[in-house]
Design a binder for this molecule. Structure first.
Ligand code: GSH
Length: 207
C-alpha cells in the first residue's frame, strides 16, 4: 500500500485523485503544514525541498521501497506503475506531457505567487499585477485548448487534467475568475463529477 504524505492543498489533492482513478490502494499520512511538519528531518529525508506531496511505495523498483517527491514526478510514477492516466496514442502522450509540465512549471508557481502577493499586509501592486496577469494568461491558454478538445491531452482524461484540477478549482485564490473561461469551467465540472475524484476529495479517503 502506498503512503501519501498529504495536506488538502492544490498540489496535495492531485495524488489521491490519481490513486483513486487508478484503483490503487493507498494510505494518507497527514502533514500539518501550519506546524511546519514538512520541514522536519524525517520529512526532509523523503523530500529535501520540504514540501508535500510525497509518496512512499513499499514495492518500488526491484521490489524495494522508494520515495517520490514533486507532484508531476509522482503522477508519472503512478501512471507507469499502474498503467493508466497516460494516453497510449503517441500524439496524445506528447500532449499529456506538454500540459503536465505546463502545470508544474507555469500554472502552479504563478497561481501560488499571485495568491501570496494578494494576501500580504503590505500591498505590493507590481507583484499582484504581474502574477495575476500571468495566471489569467495561462488560464486563457487552457481555455483555448479546452475549446478544441475535451481533455488536455486530447480524447482521454490524463495526469495533465489531474495536475491542473488542483489549482483551477481554487482559481479565485489567484484572482482568476473562472466564469470568464467557459470551457475551463465546463472541464472543472466534468472532473468534479467523476466518482474517483469525489472519493479522493472526501475526508475519509485512503485506507
Ligand atoms: N513543485 C511542487 C510544489 C509543492 C508545494 O508547493 N507544496 C505546498 C503545498 S501545495 C507545500 O508543501 N507548502 C509548504 C511549504 O512551502 O513549506 C510539486 O508540484 O509537488
Amino acid at each position: 500500500m502506498i503512503d501519501v504524505y498529504y495536506a488538502p492543498t492544490p498540489n496535495g489533492v492531485k495524488i489521491p485523485i490519481a490513486l483513486e482513478e487508478l484503483g490503487a490502494p493507498y494510505r494518507i499520512v497527514p502533514v500539518n503544514l501550519g506546524r511546519d511538519e514538512q520541514k522536519r528531518p524525517d520529512f526532509l529525508a523523503l523530500n529535501p525541498n520540504g514540501r508535500i506531496p510525497v509518496i512512499v511505495d513499499p514495492k518500488g523498483p526491484e521490489g524495494e521501497p522508494v520515495s517520490v517527491f514533486e507532484s508531476g514526478a509522482i503522477l508519472l510514477y503512478l501512471a507507469e506503475k499502474y498503467g493508466g492516466l497516460m494516453p497510449a496514442v503517441p500524439r496524445e502522450r506528447i500532449r499529456a506531457l506538454e500540459y503536465l509540465f505546463f502545470q508544474v512549471g507555469g500554472v502552479g508557481p504563478m497561481f501560488g505567487q499571485a495568491g501570496w502577493f494578494m494576501r500580504q499586509s503590505e500591498r505590493i501592486t507590481a507583484g499582484i499585477e504581474r502574477y495575476q496577469a500571468e495566471s489569467r494568461r495561462l488560464t486563457a491558454v487552457l481555455e483555448t485548448r479546452l475549446q478544441q478538445s475535451p481533455w488536455l491531452a486530447g480524447e482521454r482524461f490524463s495526469v495533465a487534467d489531474i495536475a491542473h484540477f488542483g489549482w483551477l478549482r481554487v482559481a479565485d485564490y489567484a484572482g482568476v475568475r473562472i466564469d470568464r473561461y467557459p470551457a475551463v469551467q465546463d472541464w472543472l465540472q466534468r472532473i468534479e463529477s467523476r466518482p474517483a475524484v469525489q472519493r479522493a476529495l472526501s475526508p475519509n479517503h485512503g485506507a
